[in-house]
Ligand binder design. Structure first.
Ligand code: ARG
Length: 287
């Protein structure tokens, strides 16, 4: 990600190699590959891969340049426990953070996490950040702007309501004042309920506070955070499962970077087969 560092590295490589642009190009490529313990041979292309599925029209395919400087800059929105939250030390922590760090280890790169607003993650890929991990659901709209890794978790939207409520089914959400985190799939769902008034928040927990304070009738948020919030405010609110459509979480990647997608998917597959993935699920999600 650090362009200046990459250029410096390239310049140094050229100086040492004492030859022209040809070998400089090759060495940049070589660094990208040797940086990753997952070589393209080991990384099995997975059949259910979302990544790179839409890249035919992409004229410029960078070959893993993102890893060449040894740093993977990862955007998240640490307002989504247990996938990401701000830990006691003030740094982002959670399942997604542990997962992307484990992926970074497999690829031999350092992971730097940038905590930012959820709604700006997708647009920041390729500029402020290399990739994003944020309990992000694969949607058609996002797939137009970014590629996604293989899915790593299945989720569903839950509805938080006060302990005393007349909401007992999804249809009862019609005409209600409903909160959600801005730009999330829960936010986009509100318009499905006739006459509902949407209220958008930068943080899901702010919506939950307004629910607790009686300013909202309901909050729509992903299942696992909903369980955490319902538990934190168990004297006032409860969660409901109305069997909405399942959603898939995946890592958002720069569009058309097939080498990066292959490296990330390869690392993810290794973490699944060596048991690390399940350990993280137990540690963060199912405890
Ligand atoms: N899964 C939902 C979506 O993709 C919500 C994700 C919110 N994540 C977060 N880190 N705040 O829209």
């Amino acid at each position: 990600m650090k362009k200046a560092a990459v250029l410096l590295m390239l310049a140094m490589t050229m100086a040492f190699a004492g030859c022209g642009t040809d070998s400089a190009d090759n060495s940049a490529q070589g660094q990208a590959e040797s940086g990753g313990k997952v070589s393209s041979d080991e990384a099995e292309p997975l059949d259910d891969s979302n990544a790179g599925s839409d890249t035919e029209d992409s004229s410029e395919v960078s070959s893993g340049d993102v890893l060449a400087d040894g740093v993977l800059t990862v955007g998240t929105n640490a307002e989504f426990p247990p996938f990401e939250f701000v830990g006691d030390n003030g740094e982002p922590d959670g399942f997604d953070i542990a997962l992307i760090k484990a992926i970074g280890d497999k690829l031999g790169v350092e992971v730097e996490v940038e905590n930012m607003e959820f709604d700006s993650l997708v647009a920041s890929i390729g500029s402020k950040i290399d990739v994003a991990i944020a309990g992000m659901t694969v949607t058609d709209e996002r797939t137009r702007m970014v590629d996604f890794s293989d899915s790593y978790y299945q989720a569903v939207q839950f509805v938080l309501v006060p302990l005393e409520t007349e909401i007992a089914a999804a249809d009862d959400l019609a005409g209600k004042t409903i909160g959600a985190q801005l730009g999330t799939t829960g936010d986009l769902m509100i318009e499905d309920f006739e006459g509902a008034t949407p209220k958008q928040y930068n943080k899901a927990v702010d919506a939950v506070n307004d629910l607790v304070n009686g300013r909202l009738d309901a909050v729509i948020v992903d299942k696992n955070p909903a369980l955490v919030f319902a538990d934190n405010f168990s004297d006032q609110i409860q969660y409901m499962d109305f069997n909405f459509e399942p959603e898939d979480y995946a890592i958002a990647l720069p569009k058309g970077d097939e080498a990066l997608a292959e490296a990330v998917n390869g690392a993810l597959a290794e973490l699944k087969s060596d048991g690390t993935f399940d350990e993280l699920v137990n540690q963060y999600i199912e405890n």
